[in-house]
Design a protein around this ligand. Structure first.
Ligand code: FES
Length: 170
């Protein structure tokens, strides 16, 4: 006589539902993992290389990085001196100019007003830097807030000089 217990119909149903459960979990997790792997187009946007050779002293350009404008200003000697000579006690958000730049000639910062996020106008305002027309914030030649409702200086993004004429933002 065969003593082996036979698999009951109930065992089969358990087995079938465990299998389905495993497939179900696998199918749910994969799209989440897949979404966490940024594709190459997203990776490309994470950093931006900018050629500086076309920017004349006194001029600035705006580049888009991660959907935000970044101002790159090639400062003149007088703009640098103006930024460096400011008494820090006069500043609402005291920061030394040399702590905001990697090379004196180049100011790289997010072109976003720290009040409510408008894009300030360059070479405008009472401090020869930037002026935000939305509610009247004035920034100096280092992008520091000097007058108006903006609470802080314009932000410096992570960037580095790849060589003398190229920066990489991000
Ligand atoms: S958003 Fe710039 S002053 Fe309000």
């Amino acid at each position: 006589m065969d003593e082996k217990p036979k698999k009951s119909k109930r065992d089969f149903l358990f087995t079938a539902s465990y299998t389905l459960g495993a497939v179900g979990i696998g199918a749910t997790i994969w799209p989440l993992i897949d979404q966490m792997n940024p594709d190459t187009s997203v990776k490309a946007l994470a950093t931006t290389e900018v050629d500086l050779t076309q920017i004349e002293p006194g001029n600035s350009i705006t580049v888009l990085w991660r959907g935000k404008p970044v101002f790159i200003k090639r400062r003149t000697q007088s703009e640098i001196e103006e930024a460096e000579s400011v008494n820090l006690t006069e500043l609402p958000h005291p920061e030394k100019d040399q702590d905001r730049v990697k090379k004196k000639e180049w100011l790289v910062m997010l072109g976003v007003c720290t009040h409510l996020g408008c894009v300030p106008l360059s070479d405008k305002g009472e401090y020869n830097g930037w002026f935000c027309p939305c509610h009247g914030s004035h920034y100096d030649t280092s992008g520091r807030i000097r007058k108006g409702p903006a609470p802080t200086n314009m932000e410096i993004p992570k960037y580095e000089f790849v060589n003398n004429n190229t920066i990489k933002i991000g």
